[in-house]
Write a protein of this length. Structure first.
Length: 150
């Protein structure tokens, strides 16, 4: 499961059983019981890892928004207990990617506003899921000093 934590809403996405495809699930309003709602979703989906999008600048540095997301994740971890483990994942440009995807589907502005956080969470999760598969499928390139072997 992945979370796109914003000031007003938290986008939630989940993957299939094989951890191949991420899908938007829900948008949780940040209010008094948002941690309980996320905990309910974690239990209902039997989540074994939680990925939280970490906002960084284009330079890769963390700013004030990243500190707020880390604080929210710490409160969530305290609410959930030791399971599932929480990982942070770079969320640069995910909202823009989500917006373009929703526009491509023909979603109207109001519908995009309602769904963008969950779609952004799906972009975060898909990126997280894709990295290990890519590393195992693609053999490393030979280093220049190793010769061509042929």
């Amino acid at each position: 499961m992945a979370l796109d934590v914003g000031e007003r809403r938290v986008g939630v996405a989940v993957s299939d059983e094989n951890a191949v495809i991420a899908s938007p699930l829900a948008v949780v309003d940040r209010r008094r019981d948002d941690l309980a709602e996320i905990a309910r979703l974690v239990a209902a989906w039997e989540v074994d890892r939680l990925v939280v999008g970490l906002p960084t600048g284009l330079s890769g540095r963390e700013g004030p928004q990243a500190a707020l997301v880390r604080a929210y994740a710490a409160r969530l971890a305290a609410h959930l207990g030791p399971e599932p483990p929480i990982a942070f994942w770079d969320e640069r440009l995910t909202t823009a990617i989500a917006e373009r995807a929703l526009i491509a589907t023909g979603a109207r502005r109001a519908e995009r506003r309602e769904r963008i956080d969950a779609v952004a969470a799906a972009v975060i999760l898909q990126s997280f899921l894709d990295v290990p598969r890519h590393r195992t499928r693609t053999p490393p390139l030979p280093r220049p000093d190793e010769g061509s072997g042929g």
